[in-house]
Write a protein that binds this ligand. Structure first.
Ligand SMILES: Cc1cc2nc3c(=O)[nH]c(=O)nc-3n(C[C@H](O)[C@H](O)[C@H](O)COP(=O)(O)O)c2cc1C
Ligand code: SF4
Length: 524
């Protein structure tokens, strides 16, 4: 008990000092009025999200990802049992806007029924990227699920490495994000190189775009396509700032900037200023590199899309792919007003853009990619029905490598080492182990998409049409997805030629299930 008699005066003195400090400070009225105990409020505010997550929130309450959604991702990533028992706890009957997928009793595809069936099946894109415009390096992406752009800088090097190795294992593409192509992106996974407004990785000493540097960069890395970033759902039309403290020598070298100085991304591109000059630049990049070239954008005013598609139709220039990011999408850091209120949510934004392309008959020549919580099978199925050929997964991929949705990505204090440059915090993230998790998650998502397609009688999720999904209006009524978004028959599907080819590929690849042979008395 001697230690206690010594400790009591020390603790009392510390509390008294803290109380004196609280009483004398002027910044916080709460602490002036309630010295010491007022601090409990700040503590609760700091750990509130975690407390709600583990103790208070229900299975479907949290955002961006509910507990059920995270549980499904974590279990899929660890190849654990990701089934749910006893039936849905979603309020299907009374939730307007709830999508229902309509299975078919007799369909062309006969799904095998073992729970692991389809896990190893490849699920390639139903369109060949760049083929419609004759790009020399056109290719069929091997996976309809790919990793969304998240820069080295906003993610740790180890997280980027885990995702790149995971992409290699799962046979999918990893988008570099706008922060350049780092050594962590060179671990076997194939890449889409994103070109942002600051031209990181392909800029000269004065920050101007350098075609020579771009060509050098892609000559030494497995880059399969180029993506010009126009905007991102969580922060459209905003530039970015990586504070000096985070600009390590490694990040500086990857981006082509000076270390230890604030790193600013402008809000607009310098290489083009309207649709006409954008299309010229797209064609220049494609001609110089041979790669398919596309754009990533959030959706706000439709004038841009009208003008772009009119020029594509009338001049023969064009983008090979369009990647639409929903306003519900993620970011490393953005002002609240932008994350909450600027740019349309995925379904509304995507369908407006798709319609603009389809009205000008450009939809079958363009590969459509979607992002915005599409790493969950139910959301992804609706996206495919609406015309997506592929989905990109950002935060879901982060969850698969250990993110716990602490939402501190902007503070450099990410507790799981995913979104921080702090060496102490990143050392806990083992890239090899987490790569396997990312790959397991991606394979499971693909498997679920294939299973749902087969339940609807189709061989591939890209063949699910807008009449296969209905949107519930409440307990007693529902509207076909086609009517909800004003689609004409056939919109949302690849061309007849592409459909035939993907069915051929899938039936050669996917194991078909079956039953016992029919009895002698069976009809037909
Ligand atoms: C940490 C983080 C960093 C991101 N960095 C980029 C980026 O560099 N370029 C970009 O186009 N989008 C970026 N995004 C957006 C994602 O690529 C994606 O479009 C968005 O999060 C929606 O997908 P999700 O709902 O699957 O996360 C980032 C998102 C996160 C969470
Ligand atoms: S654990 Fe939290 S801080 Fe880290 S990446 Fe996930 S949401 Fe961001």
């Amino acid at each position: 008990m001697k230690w206690a008699s010594r400790a009591v005066p020390v603790i009392s003195a510390a509390v008294a000092a803290l109380a004196a400090r609280d009483l004398l400070q002027r910044d916080h009225a709460l602490l002036r009025n309630f010295p010491v105990i007022g601090r409990a409020r700040y503590l609760l505010e700091a750990i509130g999200p975690e407390l709600r997550q583990y103790i208070v929130a229900g299975n479907n309450e949290e955002r961006p990802f509910t507990r059920d959604q995270r549980r499904w991702i974590y279990a899929s990533a660890k190849k654990e049992n990701n089934y749910f028992g006893f039936g849905t706890d979603n309020d299907i009957e009374y939730t307007p806007g709830y999508p229902i997928i309509k299975h078919r009793t007799f369909g062309r595809a006969v799904p095998p029924s073992s729970p692991t069936a389809g896990h190893e099946v490849e699920l390639p894109c139903a369109k060949v990227l760049g083929a419609a415009r004759g790009r020399p390096l056109a290719f069929r992406p091997g996976s309809v699920v790919n990793i969304s752009g998240m820069s080295f800088g906003s993610l740790s090097g180890r997280a980027v490495e885990a995702l790149n190795r995971g992409a290699a294992l799962a046979g999918c593409l990893q988008n570099t994000g706008e922060g350049g192509l780092s050594p962590y992106h060179r671990n076997g996974g194939e890449l889409v190189f994103q070109i942002g407004t600051a031209y990181f990785g392909c800029r000269d000493e004065r920050g101007r775009f350098s075609l020579a540097r771009l060509k050098d960069l892609i000559a030494g890395a497995p880059v399969r396509a180029l993506e010009i970033k126009l905007s991102q759902g969580a922060k459209p039309s905003l530039g970015g700032l990586l504070p000096a403290a985070k600009v390590s020598a490694e990040i500086a070298a990857t981006r082509g900037i000076a270390p230890g100085q604030d790193c600013v991304s402008p809000s607009r591109h310098a290489e083009f200023s309207d649709c006409d000059s954008l299309l010229d630049w797209v064609e220049l990049l494609a001609a110089e590199t041979g790669l398919p070239v596309g754009i990533k954008s959030a959706v706000g005013d439709l004038g841009f899309w009208d003008e772009l598609t009119t020029l594509m139709r009338d001049t023969g220039r064009g983008v090979d792919f369009v990647n639409i990011d929903g306003g519900e999408g993620g970011t490393g850091a953005a002002p609240l007003i932008f994350t909450d209120s600027v740019s349309l949510p995925f379904q509304q934004g995507f369908t407006r853009v798709y319609r603009t392309f389809a009205e000008k008959d450009l939809h079958e020549q363009t590969v459509f990619i979607g992002a915005g919580k599409l790493g969950l099978p139910d959301n992804a199925v609706v996206a495919f029905a609406l015309g997506c050929d592929m989905v990109n997964v950002g935060r879901e991929a982060m969850l698969s490598i250990g993110c716990i949705q602490a939402q501190k990505c902007h503070t450099d204090t990410c507790p799981t080492g995913v979104a921080t440059q702090n060496p102490w915090l990143t050392r806990g993230l083992d890239p090899t182990l987490k790569a396997a998790r990312a790959a397991n998650y991606i394979r499971t998502l693909r498997r679920d998409l294939l299973k749902v397609a087969e339940a609807c009688g189709m061989e591939h999720p890209g063949l699910i049409d807008t009449d296969t999904v209905e949107i519930l209006d409440g307990r007693t009524a529902s509207t076909p997805l086609r009517e909800v978004y004003g689609y004409r028959p056939g919109w949302g599907l690849p061309s007849a030629t592409d459909r035939t080819e993907i069915v051929r590929l899938m039936t050669a690849e996917a194991p078909q299930g079956g039953s016992a042979t029919p009895s002698p008395t069976a009809a037909g």
